[in-house]
Design a protein around this ligand. Structure first.
Ligand code: ADP
Length: 493
């Protein structure tokens, strides 16, 4: 063992190649931060349609059985832009050359189990051939959860490779009908409640939770929450059983991509030293979103997947009051058709005060961060949350629910925290329209007091959530996983 850790991060999405949510930001930024910590790091992900093919080199062919069929795939090697970090794309056009990553039109692809079983098995098959094996494989969410299972069962001969499994969102479990278990090529006894069975279905996520050497999740608060019935999605028992192997590490921010001082997507640049150009960003946003061009109207932004998790029912319940207070609301989001309908309907009622864009638009996400005064995240649960961290840097004061990473990163504005200079946002606790309404009310009153608002903005803009600190904690965890390799292989932990 050398002191330079060789780490392979396996993920189903990564910026700048493919993104549906926060996992892509993390997978794009963490490898750079790990390289900065002296790790020898590589990234592995599917070769989706959105991955540019120029400059990729085929480095291996893999033959992977999935069910009765053997699939042929290739490993294409590229690099993370602007770095020498290798990226290994698993290519199999029938599985990955599609318009979506996991589905289309709000519906999952029916062959997702085969697609991601293929991806996981291709990853371990490639490791067999690779000139240098990683010491640690860092897996993320259900799409990569089979890797620790294969490594400790069918692919034990690869020798000890430490695995760390990160839960980015416990609610997405990769659940499939029991009949599909046979496709995975695993010993039949792994379809049992101590391994991959979850109430009569196959849970890929559970495989990761049982078989990885170490588990992490994306905030300390969420690490505690998921051990309870309320947040555990039925897996709280499994997580409590492994709590000595579970740690929370808050996601960081890639300030190379998210900083108003040098953001190419926004119309004017600004920083904590001189925030004045933020007003131009607001004016630009009001113009492009066809809102009334009023610098004094508080502008509330929201950029989110439109999913039940995100507290959109609360937003709908309070929107009338918010509009009555003369505020403006800009939403960018895509997801569940029921929310597409809901916000299209609401927008029809408040044309000059409300703008709704129902698509995925990274550049607009940046302009909303810069142009809004406040950023709304009333999530039912939020493992880490990134947008509240981006908002801090953009001087856009977050209004959040006290859960997961939101609770760990935003300090509620009270007379004490304001006096101490630590207040960064508005936090509410019960998941009710009333509690959200009160938080909004407090935020709108603070906005009417420019000196107070400036204090809040300054505290947020100066906060540091860069990746370096979180990456150092991952390195510590990898070292821990490497040390655990002597632990017996082949049984669920
Ligand atoms: P989650 O991972 O649950 O989606 P996060 O707050 O951790 O939530 O990360 C969401 C990321 O996805 C942020 O970078 C956010 O800006 C981005 N995002 C979400 N929806 C959209 C959209 N419709 N257009 C552009 N970016 C989006």
């Amino acid at each position: 063992m050398t002191d330079t850790l060789r780490v392979l991060l396996c993920t189903s999405e990564a910026v700048p190649f493919a993104k549906t949510g926060g996992l892509a930001d993390v997978s794009g930024a963490l490898p750079r931060a790990l390289a900065g910590q002296g790790c020898d790091v590589g990234l592995m992900m599917p070769a989706y349609r959105s991955v540019p093919r120029d400059d990729l080199e085929a480095v291996a062919a893999v033959r992977v059985p999935v069910g009765p069929q053997t699939h042929e795939g290739r490993i294409l090697r590229g690099v993370m832009p602007g770095t020498t970090i290798p990226v290994y794309f698993v290519e199999h056009p029938a599985f990955f050359d599609r318009p979506g990553l996991y589905g289309e039109g709000g519906r999952d692809y029916p062959d997702n189990l085969e697609r991601f079983a293929f991806f996981c098995r291709a990853a371990v098959e490639y490791i067999r051939q690779a000139p240098r094996r990683p010491e640690i494989i860092h897996c993320n969410d259900w799409q990569t959860a089979l890797i620790p299972v294969y490594l400790t069962t069918t692919h034990r001969d690869l020798g000890p490779i430490g695995t760390l499994f990160t839960i980015h969102n416990l609610a997405y479990q990769g659940l499939f009908p029991a009949e599909q278990f046979g496709m995975l090529g695993l010993p039949p006894d792994l379809y049992g409640i101590d391994a991959l069975e979850y109430w009569g279905q196959v849970s890929l996520l559970k495989g990761g939770l049982r078989f990885a050497d170490l588990l992490t999740t994306v905030s300390e608060r969420y690490a505690e929450e998921i051990q309870t019935e309320e947040f555990g999605c039925g897996l709280e028992g499994v997580l409590r059983h492994r709590r000595d192997r579970l740690i929370g590490i808050l996601n960081g921010v890639d300030y190379g991509a998210w900083d108003p001082a040098h953001d190419p997507h926004i119309p004017a640049r600004y920083s904590a030293e001189d925030v004045s150009a933020k007003a131009r960003c607001k004016e630009h946003l009001q113009r492009e979103q066809r809102l009334a061009r009023d610098p004094r109207a508080p502008l509330i932004g929201m950029v989110t997947r439109l999913a039940d998790q995100k507290g959109l029912d609360l937003v709908a319940a309070v929107i009338e009051d918010v509009m009555a207070r003369g505020a403006q609301f800009v939403l960018l989001g895509t997801g569940d058709p029921k929310y597409h309908q809901l916000f299209t309907r609401l927008r029809g009622r408040y044309r000059r005060q409300m703008a709704v864009t129902l698509s995925f638009d990274d550049s607009l996400a940046h302009r909303i961060e810069a142009g809004a005064d406040m950023f709304l995240m009333p999530s039912r649960y939020e493992p880490s949350g990134l947008n509240q961290l981006y908002s801090l840097r953009y001087g856009t004061v977050p209004i959040v629910r006290r859960t997961g990473g939101l609770a760990d990163s935003i300090t509620d504005c009270t007379s004490e925290t304001l006096a101490a200079g630590t207040a960064t946002g508005f936090v509410f606790t019960p998941y009710t329209p009333d509690a959200l309404r009160q938080a909004l009310e407090r935020a709108l009153s603070a906005f009417a007091d420019p000196a107070m608002w400036r204090r809040l903005q300054q505290a947020g803009m100066r906060a540091d959530f860069s990746w370096a600190r979180s990456a150092a904690r991952y390195v510590e965890a990898y070292r821990g996983a490497r040390e655990m390799l002597s632990v017996s292989l082949g049984t669920p932990r």
